[in-house]
Design a protein around this ligand. Structure first.
Ligand SMILES: [Zn+2]
Length: 169
């Protein structure tokens, strides 16, 4: 007479979201507001994050802050903006992305060559396919880490650990 098997269901916000799933993270990521009008929702999200909802931030935010989980470089975002008919300079794209990062709407994944911006701002790791360049999320639970803090500089406290698992396909 064992216990009934426990449901292995993870909380919704821990579910890894695939690149184009359009899934958001529930209440944890502040996107649980009425998304029926994406413009109004985005405007409110920018304001809540402490950003003035300028037309450029709304236009560029509409490309990447729409709930779909993705990783992208500033150059890719600039290309997407051109395709969408949004006329901005690459410098404006950089400044806008930096503002989004400073407001915790995005985070930066630092790879060797260039910054990749990430719509998933929860703590997580990454898998980088060196063959295709594809970067995908690897949830925190997938990694068991032992860190001897004695090797850290004196007085330093750990803020975060980002792991990039490099694979070839
Ligand atoms: Zn990620």
């Amino acid at each position: 007479m064992g216990e009934p098997p426990r449901a292995q269901q993870r909380p919704e916000w821990l579910v890894t979201h695939g690149p184009r799933s359009g899934r958001h993270c529930g209440a944890q990521c502040g996107m649980d507001q009425d998304m029926t009008d994406p413009n109004i929702a985005l405007r409110e999200r920018l304001i809540t994050a402490g950003l003035r909802p300028t037309s450029k931030r709304l236009a560029l935010g509409g490309l990447v802050l729409n709930g779909a989980n993705r990783h992208f470089s500033a150059e890719q975002m600039w290309n997407d903006a051109q395709s969408a008919g949004i006329r901005v300079s690459l410098a404006t794209v950089y400044n806008t992305l930096r503002a989004f990062v400073d407001s915790s709407l995005l985070q930066v994944v630092q790879l060797q060559r260039s910054d990749v911006f990430d719509t998933n701002t929860h703590p997580h790791h990454h898998v980088l396919d060196e063959t295709t360049g594809q970067l995908t999320d690897l949830e925190d639970a997938a990694v068991t880490l032992t860190l001897d803090e004695g090797f850290l500089p004196p007085g330093a406290t750990v803020q975060d650990v980002d792991i990039v698992v490099r694979v070839r396909s």
